[in-house]
Design a protein around this ligand. Structure first.
Ligand SMILES: Cc1cc2nc3c(=O)[nH]c(=O)nc-3n(C[C@H](O)[C@H](O)[C@H](O)COP(=O)(O)O)c2cc1C
Length: 357
């Protein structure tokens, strides 16, 4: 029987164990999106995970939504990330870059001058977002992408993939959950286009399918994963029929040899529909699976032993427990974290959670 602490392979990615660190935005980059030395230390401390998935990284300046989030656009970004990947590799870990284009979710104050929020249909997302300039602010207005701009946006994901490999990442993960650009194209509420990228389910999945193909085109599909959360209403996302949408999307990418599907359950998500996302992903994708959301050690072990998932990712437990794998193995208590420091500046609440002993 497979065990949470035994090695596994997700495509080309060889994991020493099946405990994955889930992607978490922590807003410790510089204002221009360059990864900092603190980020290298933070990820190095967590390198005993079988795989680290980084925080969301924007593939273009238009794709940035949140303050102090990192990019993969410039040479400075690549150099900053190289320090991170070197640190993780020296410590024996593996790390993939999560490529996250925020689309219509963002605030202009968090972005470079002259940039905008682009989206499938120019429908503004309802909600507020933190800015360093003025605290919580309504999400900014957005503009619909013209048909002839779409190939350029897909190319941004491929370019970021190329830069991720230049920076030494073991792979990349496309963020298709949480109401960002890929999810905006997939969902009926945010995608009301009348060209071949909107309308029918075949059209709504096209952007995400083509994006994954473009990322796979850089150096093969087996270093490319993707993240989904069917039915998640986060960031004002709505779809008439998430099961139909994701069954079609997963069916379209199932035989492409992609590294993995990272599926989020709906356990900790308020106002979510009753959909078994792990079962849906197993059935419709069929390839390697990382499952996430509110797993504890016992449930994670059981899910792996029963073959429901190849690996389990942990988000919040990794904030205060850099040595989560060792603590799980020792049956040790887990530390809590200070929620006020999740997105604050500096090292406090970031690199100062100690390992056991
Ligand atoms: C502080 C914080 C930041 C997050 N940022 C991201 C992100 O950048 N990309 C992403 O896909 N998910 C993000 N998430 C969601 C987590 O990856 C994960 O799905 C969620 O925390 C549930 O897993 P858990 O119960 O193990 O914490 C974030 C979660 C937290 C708590």
């Amino acid at each position: 029987m497979p065990d949470l602490f035994s090695p596994t392979k997700l495509g080309r990615l060889e994991l020493a164990n099946r405990v994955v660190m889930a992607p978490m935005t922590r807003s410790r980059a510089t204002n221009d999106g360059t990864p900092t030395d603190a980020m290298a230390d933070y990820y190095r401390q967590r390198a005993s995970a079988g795989l680290i998935v980084t925080e969301g990284i924007y593939p273009s300046e238009d794709g940035k939504g949140y303050c102090r989030t990192p990019g993969l656009v410039s040479a400075e970004h690549v150099a900053g990330w190289k320090k991170v990947t070197d640190a993780v590799h020296e410590a024996g870990g593996k790390i993939v870059a999560q490529i996250m284009h925020c689309g219509r979710v963002g605030h202009l104050d968090n972005k470079q001058p002259g940039t905008e929020l682009v989206s499938p249909s120019g429908i503004r997302a309802r909600g507020d977002m933190f800015t360093d300039t003025a605290g919580m602010q309504p999400i900014s207005e957005t503009r619909a992408l013209a048909r002839d701009e779409i190939p350029g946006v897909i190319a941004e994901f491929a370019r970021a993939t190329e830069l991720a490999y230049d920076a030494g990442f073991d792979g990349v993960e496309a963020h298709g959950a949480s109401g960002y650009l890929l999810a905006q194209f997939l969902s009926t509420g945010s995608n009301q286009r009348d060209d071949e990228y909107g309308g029918s389910v075949e059209n709504r999945i096209r952007f995400a399918v083509e994006t994954l193909a473009a990322m796979a085109g850089v150096d093969g599909p087996d270093r490319v994963g993707f993240r989904i959360c069917p039915g998640n209403p986060f960031n004002d996302l709505f779809d008439d029929d998430p099961v139909e949408t994701f069954r079609a999307f997963l069916g379209a990418v199932r035989d492409q040899g992609l590294a993995y599907c990272h599926v989020i359950r709906l356990n900790s998500i308020p106002n979510a529909p009753d959909i078994d996302n792990v079962a849906l992903a197993n059935e419709a994708f069929g390839g390697p699976l990382i499952a996430n959301d509110s797993y504890d050690l016992a449930e994670a072990k059981q899910a792996v032993a029963e073959g429901m998932a190849d690996a389990i990712s942990f988000g919040r437990p990794y904030i205060g427990n850099p040595d989560l794998v060792e603590r799980f193995e020792a049956g040790a208590e887990l530390s809590r974290f200070n929620p006020k420091q999740l997105y604050s500046e500096g090292r406090e609440g970031y690199t100062d959670y100690p390992a056991l002993g």
